[in-house]
Write a protein that binds this ligand. Structure first.
Ligand SMILES: [Zn+2]
Length: 172
């Protein structure tokens, strides 16, 4: 059996399916009876079944934000608070840092642990940004902090690398 993933979501519903496009299925919020946050993710109850969305899946945070208000087991205020207390990430530039780790780029916040492996914060940020913003093959560098996967832009962000840095890094 192919592994099911969250393939996308918006304010009208969400899509599940295997990564190769098999067995895709669209669900509308209008057919969802209840939504509950559990330890590992979300349980979404429709007419016939309980659907489990693992919080490790890409798109989980976006989905979390798009659950409509009004489900009896879902605490929308808790979710708003969860997002509003996230801090800005100096590497990817999104507001996605919880407990010194970024939920978007997965980098660790500069601090005691990271300091052991780097000479300076600047060096650490450069290295992490070069990896994070490394373009796919045949694509141009695009250093940005546009909102992504449910995370908002952090206005205090300034990249420490340039397109030129990325080009010379990629060709190394
Ligand atoms: Zn980040």
């Amino acid at each position: 059996m192919k592994e099911v993933r969250l393939l996308g979501s918006d304010t009208s519903g969400f899509k599940l399916g295997a990564l190769n496009g098999e067995n895709n299925k669209d669900y509308k919020w209008s057919e969802v009876k209840d939504v509950e946050i559990v330890t590992d993710g979300l349980v979404i109850t429709t007419d016939g079944q309980d659907i489990f969305i693992n919080k490790q899946w890409s798109g989980w945070h976006k989905l979390l934000k798009e659950v409509p208000v009004g489900y009896k087991s879902f605490n929308n205020e808790f979710v708003s608070h969860y997002f509003s207390q996230m801090k800005g990430c100096e590497i990817c530039g999104l507001k996605a840092v919880v407990k010194d780790e970024c939920l978007n780029c997965c980098a660790e916040v500069w601090g005691e642990e990271v300091q052991k492996s780097y000479d300076s914060k600047e060096e650490y940020l450069r290295e992490e940004q070069l990896m994070w913003f490394e373009p796919e093959e045949n694509e141009y560098p695009d250093i940005n902090n546009r909102p992504d996967d449910g995370f908002e832009s952090w206005t205090g962000w300034k990249p420490v690398i340039t397109d030129e840095d990325i080009r010379s890094y990629s060709y190394d």
